[in-house]
Design a binder for this molecule. Sequence first.
Ligand SMILES: [Fe+2]
Ligand SMILES: [Fe+2]
Length: 235
Amino acid sequence: MSPSSRCFPLPADSPIIAVSQGEHDINRWFRQFAPTRLSFTDEQALSLAQLMPLLLCGEQSAQLVFSQHAQLLPANSQSQRALLLVERDESRHDQALEWVLQQLPASSQQHRSQRLSQRFYARLGRSQTTAEQFINIAALDACVTQVMRAMSVSTLGRNHPFSQLCQLIMRDEAKHVYVSRQYAAENGASFAQMHQRAVTISNSLFELLSSQHRAFEHLGVDLDNLERKLVSKWQ
Ligand SMILES: [Fe+2]
Ligand SMILES: [Fe+2]
């Protein structure tokens, strides 16, 4: 997955927003690890290479959706700022994961996993209304939070730079769930709709993840356990 084979194109220029936060944790992570090469066993590298498209396609698709919707909102409105901040987070996740990906071997399995992920996210993007689109994103990000939590305690060990990155992404995704739910509600979504959709999305995301179950297994990530957590979240 070189930049030319992104799952989804980069968004057109988004409005610039000023934020008075300090350095973002992911930028700090980048500064700390960019001069080094990450170390993996061959098996870990192959497995992770196969799983990266699942993560990257989601980041790229979210970036596009947040950017497109932000452009439609009044400049500097609270909602526009909220969406642009999420887009900025997704862009950081995208860049950090791309950087990791460049250090991993390409394989035919990886291309297959990219095609499946691309299809999954493109299908989701076909939702009819803004409310539906953001209900989907909230549900997905809630799942991604769990996936990242599981990936952060893989066989790489908690202190591995990739595990640390998963923890940082997990924290951002939890915030995105809140922003997306809020925006879906502003656009007319009800709690019942959100709940119902969350179950459907968790199931179809799990189907996608299961297509790479061996790679998860090699990294010590228990997909069944992850599925139980995802399902119980909505009960
Ligand atoms: Fe993200
Ligand atoms: Fe997100």
